[in-house]
Write a protein that binds this ligand. Structure first.
Ligand code: F6R
Length: 605
């Protein structure tokens, strides 16, 4: 996955491009490049490395060009290197483009173009597009012809030397948004790239082409028909895309959790009549034969908790699948099924493919998503937004918490719609306690230094197990994922009850186990697992409730949480796991916001 940007306006383009690229760097950060049009020629800079490296090269460079494109790369075809960095050009350097996506048939296209005499200067799939656009005639026509030949996904910003003050954007299965400013237009993979300049946007759809000129913009469908599309004002605050005094976006986003949880719940709970209102699915009766949740990574673990919420409260059978597995197992799914796709970005290729398959099979699709106008929100039948605001840290934190909130609300909503009895007034209690969670999360965050100390003590260990049962099992998976992705320490999440079926063989003094101990019916069993680990000299960090004297004596370290209902405990327990992973990564000197080999949204399969 990569980030692309284009600028056309009245001011010099370069500062806009560099600033935009910095906010897109979460999408890829192994190489970077820009191209500007100056006196009907392209000037370009391309570099292996990060944007700050490119900026150093540009210290003594200035340009008045008001039209340019930029790219930040996460390599798929061709190693990270100066020559593989974008922008790419045709043979005569008359077409410059930046690309996000994958050209699936690039090998055959490249072979054909080479036979025709085209000369390639990189190992990328993207360069074939520049050569396909080479030639004479109306640039727009050349773009439409190129689209007929390229298979795969592409978002493109293109400049033709013959039209030096025109910027083209093309979207096909990769995100591209048009930002409409006062005297300027932007094209970008994601909103933060231009949010400081405008919040007025047009969400482009697959197959669309936009031509931006000083006179304004025109949008075309792939068959060349002009289209009118609404300009939407996005509610996101540009400040959310800044670090705001925090050392890393991840830490800032962990700290935003009380606020974004409040925002996600806002207007969706009526405490007077103890009801959940989800206007997005008004009229849905919840009478589905089965629900299938599809998602990847952290969103998938939120889905595992969603299964517990939905089965327990709404009594609907739920299965959870990795989106990448769902689509290749010929799933039994039909009209009476609901598929819930969970995705922060709304652009994860596997999740989108799973949704398309589910729709083909006639299922209804509900998206739980954080990004307005993303592809997922365009193809789902209904969308419930998570309102987490822009999430920039590659490791997902606040989006996960908001996904849990939406899933819980959904379960309560379906429970009522289906007329499930609530004799023990459990649902009422959940709603009452739910609104206290933001305050309780703040209490945990106020004691942040505990996690710093804990990290100092444990960061040199090479193996961690995370153990939990019931609602704590998905959290164990998520806690382990957080640790491994940002600190590169091997960590595994396991259902605590499975320990004795194999993993206990791993226990030795250098292995630490994070044991999530609930207050529910499996508490004594999990404590039993903890003791088995201690008996084998393993180290134990326990997570439990304030005042749990019993555990204090048994674990090496204990993290206390404010008390809440068992079903709500993941909302609190996740915060220490995020903070622990963050501080371990910090102790190890890792690049927390841009961990190696990872990109924020995975738009390739
Ligand atoms: C982990 C993480 C990833 C994403 C996964 C799905 O911290 O961020 O595992 O959760 O790539 O991404 P979305 O939610 O954008 O579909």
């Amino acid at each position: 996955m990569c980030g692309i940007i284009g600028y056309l306006g009245k001011e010099p383009a370069l500062p806009f491009l560099l600033r935009g690229l910095k906010s897109l760097e979460y999408r890829g950060y192994d190489s970077v490049g820009v191209a500007l049009v100056e006196e009907e020629k392209f000037i370009s800079f391309r570099k292996k490395g990060k944007i700050r490296d490119l900026e150093q090269d540009l210290t003594d460079f200035s340009s008045n060009s008001c039209c340019g494109i930029g790219h930040t790369r996460w390599a798929t075809h061709g190693v990270p290197s100066d020559r593989n960095a974008h922008p790419h050009f045709d043979c005569q350097e008359k077409v410059a483009l930046v690309h996000n996506g994958i050209v699936e048939n690039y090998q055959s296209l490249r072979a054909g173009l080479s036979l025709e005499g085209h000369c390639f200067r990189s190992d990328t799939d993207s360069e074939v597009i520049a050569h396909l656009l080479e030639g004479e005639g109306d640039p727009l026509e050349r773009i439409f012809n190129m689209m007929k030949r390229v298979e795969g996904s592409y978002a493109l910003c293109i400049i033709f030397q013959e039209e030096p003050d025109v910027l083209y954007g093309v979207r096909q299965l990769s995100p591209l948004i048009l930002g409409v400013g006062e005297d300027s237009h932007f094209l970008a993979s994601d909103l933060p790239a231009f949010l400081e300049d405008t919040r007025r946007v047009v969400f482009l759809e697959d197959g669309e082409v936009v031509r931006v000129s000083p006179a304004g913009y025109t949008i075309y469908s792939s068959d060349g028909i002009k289209k009118d599309k609404p300009v939407v004002t996005v509610p996101w605050d540009p400040v959310r895309a800044e670090k705001g005094g925090f050392k890393h976006f991840m830490l800032k986003e962990i700290h935003e959790q009380p606020q974004v949880l409040e925002e996600t719940l806002m207007g969706r709970i009526n405490l007077l009549d103890k009801r959940v209102c989800l206007e997005e699915i008004a009229g849905w009766d919840g009478n589905f034969e089965r629900i299938t949740i599809v998602a990847c990574g952290t969103a998938n673990y939120a889905g595992l908790l969603g299964k517990i919420f939905l089965e327990k409260l709404a009594r609907i059978p739920v299965e959870v699948d990795y989106a990448s597995e769902f689509r290749y197992r010929d799933p039994l799914i039909g009209e009476n099924n609901l598929v819930i796709a969970i995705s922060q970005s709304g652009e994860t290729a596997d999740t989108l493919a799973a949704v398309r398959l589910a729709k083909e099979k006639g299922a209804r699709v509900l998206a739980i998503c954080n990004v307005m106008g993303s592809t997922l929100t365009q193809i789902a039948d209904a969308v419930i937004y998570t309102r987490a605001g822009i999430e920039i840290g590659v490791a997902s934190t606040k989006a996960f918490l908001c996904q849990l909130a939406v899933l819980l609300l959904l379960a309560l909503y379906f429970a009522e719609a289906r007329g499930i009895e609530d004799e023990q007034l459990e649902r009422e209690k959940i709603l009452e306690e739910l609104v206290s969670l933001p305050r309780q999360i703040r209490e945990i965050l106020e004691k942040e230094e505990i996690f710093q100390d804990l990290a100092r003590e444990f960061y040199l260990l090479k193996d961690f197990l995370y153990l939990g049962r019931g609602v704590f099992y998905p959290l164990a998976l998520e806690g382990a994922l957080k640790l491994k992705e940002i600190s590169y320490i091997h960590a595994e999440g396991l259902p605590a009850g499975e320990m004795k079926h194999g993993p206990i063989a791993l226990i030795e003094p250098d292995v630490a186990s994070v044991v999530l101990v609930g207050s529910g019916e499996t508490r004594s069993k999990v404590i039993g697992n903890l003791e088995e680990i201690k008996a084998r000299q393993g180290k134990v960090i326990a997570v439990s409730w304030v005042g749990d004297k019993e555990l204090e004596k048994k674990a090496d370290r204990i993290i206390f949480l404010p008390p809440t209902l068992e079903i709500l405990s993941p909302f609190l327990a996740i915060v220490p796991l995020q903070l622990f992973a963050y501080y371990v990564a910090l102790e190890k000197g890792c690049d927390v916001d841009q961990p190696r080999n990872l990109a924020k949204s995975v738009t390739v399969e």
